[in-house]
Design a binder for this molecule. Structure first.
Ligand code: C5P
Length: 292
């Protein structure tokens, strides 16, 4: 069985406050994009094996696919049998694109199907939280506003279409390190995702560009000036807006259509190791033989 696991970007990301459990309360707007990893699942008599196209990616317990399998096989020791999984990695890791979370979501849903575990969507989401706060969103995907640690998802309507140019400079940023670099001041005013949500639903693309925001961007650009250079090059190259995504390191350029990003995409390809010209989609996971 083949599953496409889509990357996510954050159109808006505000960090509200540090919580007693060490996490942070967020107000964020997630959007799935067509850029995806591909996972192949094959049942076998016993045991678990994971292969990854990119040899730099760990295949043991650091891999969220491995952890998703262990989680379900522990919970359903009789039902979950042997499986071999191949992961064709296309989403850069440590880029803020939720690639590992998308892979975990794909694994939970595929194993639920293959071994007939009968888990409802909410139960899959609860299992997903144990693997990472982006996993619940990746299970459903589309456009959604998320609160809490990022795990409380409310789908939102997207009536606008646009092009997204993802640029990855070739280095990853650890999420805890990015949170650690934030200097959160309780007195600072916080922005709200409401304007982004309204712009998505109101077909107002010009308004959408104005609402794009990421609390991490300023501090990350200070630490990694290349992110600021990419953002500047995207704007100068004709993008309507550009924004660091998640806790970095990918930067996304935006324009009203994919077509309008082609020129700047080819220029960025000359300078950076990974550039993907893509667009928003309405699902986080696509099972082959199953329409998107
Ligand atoms: O949920 P996930 O495993 O992706 O989170 C990785 C790390 O990012 C957490 O261990 C935590 O340090 C930080 N984090 C946070 N607040 C969130 C989400 C993640 O501080 N809402």
């Amino acid at each position: 069985m083949k599953v496409f696991a889509r990357a996510k970007i954050n159109l808006f990301l505000e960090v509200l406050k540090r919580r007693p459990d060490g996490y942070h309360d967020l107000d964020t707007v997630f959007q799935s994009i067509a850029l995806s990893d591909e996972l192949l699942f094959e049942k076998k008599r016993s045991g678990f094996s994971l292969t990854v196209s990119d040899k730099a990616i760990p295949t043991g317990e650091e891999n969220l696919v491995w952890r998703a399998y262990k989680l379900l096989s522990k919970r359903f020791p009789r039902e979950v049998g042997g499986v071999s999984i191949h992961l064709e990695k296309r989403i850069p890791s440590g880029a803020g694109l939720g690639g590992g979370s998308a892979d975990a979501a794909a694994t939970l849903k595929a194993l639920n199907f293959l071994f007939e575990l009968g888990l409802a969507d909410d139960e899959l989401k609860n299992s997903g939280i144990e693997l990472g706060m982006d996993v619940p969103f990746c299970l459903s995907g589309g456009a959604a506003v998320a609160s809490g640690r990022g795990e409380l998802i409310i789908p939102v309507q997207r009536k606008v279409d646009f092009g997204v140019l993802v640029v990855y400079a070739g280095f990853s940023i650890s999420t805890p390190a990015a949170y650690g670099a934030l200097r959160l001041n309780e007195a600072q005013t916080r922005r709200t995702s409401a304007n982004t949500v309204n712009a998505l639903g109101a077909q107002d693309i010009a308004l959408l560009w104005h609402t794009l925001y990421n609390r991490f961007e300023e501090v990350l650009i200070k630490i990694y000036p290349v992110l600021g250079e990419i953002k500047k090059a995207l704007i100068e190259g004709g993008c309507s807006a550009a924004l660091v995504t998640g806790s970095g390191s990918a930067v996304c350029g935006f324009a009203p259509s994919v077509e309008r990003l082609k020129k700047v995409a080819s220029r960025m390809r000359e300078r950076y190791p990974f550039v993907s010209l893509t667009h928003p989609v309405n699902k986080g996971l696509v099972f082959q033989n199953n329409a998107a």
